[in-house]
Design a binder for this molecule. Structure first.
Ligand SMILES: O=P(O)(O)OC[C@H]1O[C@H](O[C@H]2O[C@H](CO)[C@@H](O)[C@H](O)[C@H]2O)[C@H](O)[C@@H](O)[C@@H]1O
Length: 277
């Protein structure tokens, strides 16, 4: 695996150099927060959301890391929160769903971000109109607070057309249309995203001054993850999972694959696993 340093895209570094990137970061004795995205980061992209899985190596590293009471592990996904929890299926994890609009704590406490009534009404309309343009395998994933319009199965040469149709419908009802992998995410018109959710989780756990008091690492692969890269700028270690050397990102580093993410998790497991020492 190769780790590509964002600041110098010509310099490719072997994974052994994780010591160089991470060890130098963890010099002080502070609590550690590990934040992760799910699809495309912990689990490889699959033809359908039901077909994704994490490898045993990934699961083992996450279970070990989450066994350390001084580590906060949060997985913040675009999926519905119960869906991502069912997929990951590890206790002692804070799960964020619908791009952070829902947060589910290990003790069952739920945070749900308020959405105005008129936006809720518009959501029903968007679902109906998107279902109307579904063809050739396109489908709507209704996640109650947000939705994903999937066009992965549509022939490649028709992607642009169907994506633009979907985007137009979503935006005509005041929702934000974010590009995802062969999909458009429709997010309600509220000032809330993965970055705000991560800030909420970290403030709740460590207080408003968390930036100065903890170490934080985040990995994500999508445009919606950029809000967490931004949040952790200047204090955390952040990875954008991408094979594209030209993609613009606020992350500190790029990782080429979910396998490379697993390597990072194994490095962190080695450092933070309390119960296996
Ligand atoms: O924030 P994430 O955890 O990365 O979730 C983002 C979206 O992921 C899912 O869709 C994407 O992954 C699917 C499975 O690999 C793939 O079939 C699809 O084409 C991708 O767009 C999920 O279905 C969405 O709800 C999430 O918002």
């Amino acid at each position: 695996f190769k780790l590509v340093e964002q600041l110098d895209l010509n310099k490719e570094t072997d994974m052994e150099d994780l010591d160089h990137y991470l060890e130098n970061y963890f010099t002080e004795d502070k609590p550690f927060a590990l934040l992760l995205d799910y699809d495309g980061t912990l689990a490889p992209i699959a033809p359908n959301p039901n077909l994704t899985y994490m490898t045993d190596y990934t699961t083992e590293a996450l279970v070990n890391i989450s066994s350390n009471p001084n580590v906060l592990l949060a997985i913040i996904s675009g999926r519905g929160v119960d869906d991502v929890k069912r997929k990951v299926n590890i206790p002692n994890v804070i799960y964020g769903g619908n791009h952070g609009l829902e947060i589910l704590y290990p003790n069952g406490t739920r945070y749900i971000h308020e959405i105005p009534d008129d936006a809720k009404e518009n959501f029903k309309q968007i679902v109906a109109e998107l279902e109307n343009i579904c063809r050739k395998g396109a489908w709507v994933e209704n996640k109650k607070f947000s939705l994903t319009f999937h066009y992965r199965a549509v022939p490649d040469d028709e992607h642009d057309i169907i994506r633009d149709e979907a985007r137009k419908i979503i935006e005509s009802h005041g929702y934000a249309a974010n590009q995802a992998h062969c999909a458009i995410e429709a997010k309600p018109p509220v000032v809330w995203h993965k970055g705000k959710a991560a800030d909420y989780i970290l403030s709740y756990q460590y207080g408003p001054n968390w930036r100065n008091e903890i170490h934080a690492v985040f990995a994500g692969d999508d445009t919606t993850d950029e809000d967490i890269f931004e949040l952790l700028k200047g204090m955390g270690v952040t990875f954008r999972v991408t094979k594209d050397p030209n993609i613009e990102t606020k992350a500190l580093y790029k990782l080429p694959s979910t396998e490379a993410v697993t390597k990072v998790l194994q490095w962190l497991d080695n450092k933070f696993c309390r119960s296996c020492k």
